[in-house]
Write a protein that binds this ligand. Structure first.
Ligand code: ADP
Ligand code: MG
Length: 315
């Protein structure tokens, strides 16, 4: 549905986006994840035709953004990082104004706006001035504006930034339900955000793609080993040797300083093998009590850090 091919954007000397390519499939919710300054907004502004690319192309539904911008813009609803709301208008004035801009026929405007306002939960706020709305409601109005004209594709730039946790969950659920009818690309610098909503994730760092996969595969793929921490009371050399003798254990090392008579070990093992039970029996047999045992499997946060630091090492 969206094809991004060898896209580069330079602002003077700054190369904000460096030769990136990826696609967004029809009907999917794609997460575009990266730290601040990674190039997310730049890419989204190019996809939506707000910025010209320096090199490369973007096609939406087969139409090139440079050659047929009107065709592309018709198919895209955009929620920029700063929602484009006029604060001195009421919600209904503003949404009517956007409907006119998007050439929605007058005869269809009311029915369409009623549906969109209902969907976005702003029906009770139609008469309010936008400047008097909370950030969460302004964001809903921003989302509502992106839905006008019923575009196939929604491009949402950090749609939950600045919202409180309750509002985040509400907007998330709204985006999930929009995903049933639209193809969505959503950017975020927060991992739980994309893993909660998206089926596939593109990680961008310093203008380059660092990884593309499902949240689950990202966790699996980068996780060639399984790690545990175990806090055990007993002499270090003996405990350490017993751990290493367990089938599947690759190595162990002590983490931090001893606490009374206990030490905390990081145990790395083959990811297919669960060493927790044999560890328990080995320590019980030797009379070294396990005080605490935890899995250290990588979360998406760790993967994000790993992927982005690997990139750092390259430059
Ligand atoms: P993100 O949305 O991921 O935070 P941006 O696309 O906003 O990243 O920015 C990518 C890089 O481009 C940053 O280094 C930013 O400072 C730079 N940048 C963004 N917009 C401009 C601009 N108009 N002029 C110069 N540099 C810019
Ligand atoms: Mg941004």
């Amino acid at each position: 549905m969206i094809e991004i091919n060898k896209l580069t954007k330079r602002y003077g000397q700054i190369e904000a986006v460096k030769n990136i390519s990826f696609t967004v499939n029809e009907g999917e919710i794609l997460g575009f994840l990266g730290p601040n300054g990674a190039g997310k907004s730049t890419t989204m502004n190019i996809i939506t035709g707000y910025l010209p690319a320096t090199e490369g192309s973007v096609k939406v539904d087969g139409f090139d953004i440079l050659e047929e911008p009107e065709e592309v813009k018709k198919r895209i609803g955009f929620l920029p990082e700063q929602p484009p709301v006029y604060k001195d208008m009421t919600v209904s004035e503003y949404l009517k104004f956007v409907s006119d801009l998007k050439y929605v026929p007058k005869s269809k405007q009311k029915a369409q706006l009623d549906d969109i306002m209902e969907l976005c939960g702003i029906t009770d706020h139609v008469g309010r001035l936008i400047k008097n709305l909370s950030k969460g409601y302004r964001q809903r109005v921003g989302l509502a504006q992106s839905l006008i004209g019923n575009p196939d594709v929604l491009v949402l730039d950090e749609p939950t930034v600045g919202l409180d946790p309750k509002q985040i969950i509400e907007i998330r659920n709204l985006i999930k339900s929009l995903g049933k009818k639209h193809t969505i690309i959503l950017s975020s610098h927060i991992l739980p955000e994309v893993s909660a909503v998206c089926e596939r994730v593109v990680i961008i760092n310093k203008g380059e793609i660092a990884a593309v996969d499902t949240p689950e595969n990202l966790s699996k793929g980068l996780n060639s080993a399984s790690r545990l921490t175990a806090t055990i009371a007993g002499p270090q050399n003996q405990v350490s040797k017993l751990i290493n003798d367990i089938y599947g254990v690759k190595y162990n090392e002590v983490l931090g300083k001893p606490n009374k008579d206990t030490l905390t070990y990081v145990i790395e093992s083959d990811k297919e093998i669960d060493v927790r039970r044999p560890l328990f029996f080995a320590m019980a047999k030797a009379g070294y009590p396990i005080i605490e045992l935890r899995s250290m499997d990588m979360t998406l946060e760790d993967i994000f850090l790993k992927v982005t630091t690997v990139e750092e090492g390259v430059h």
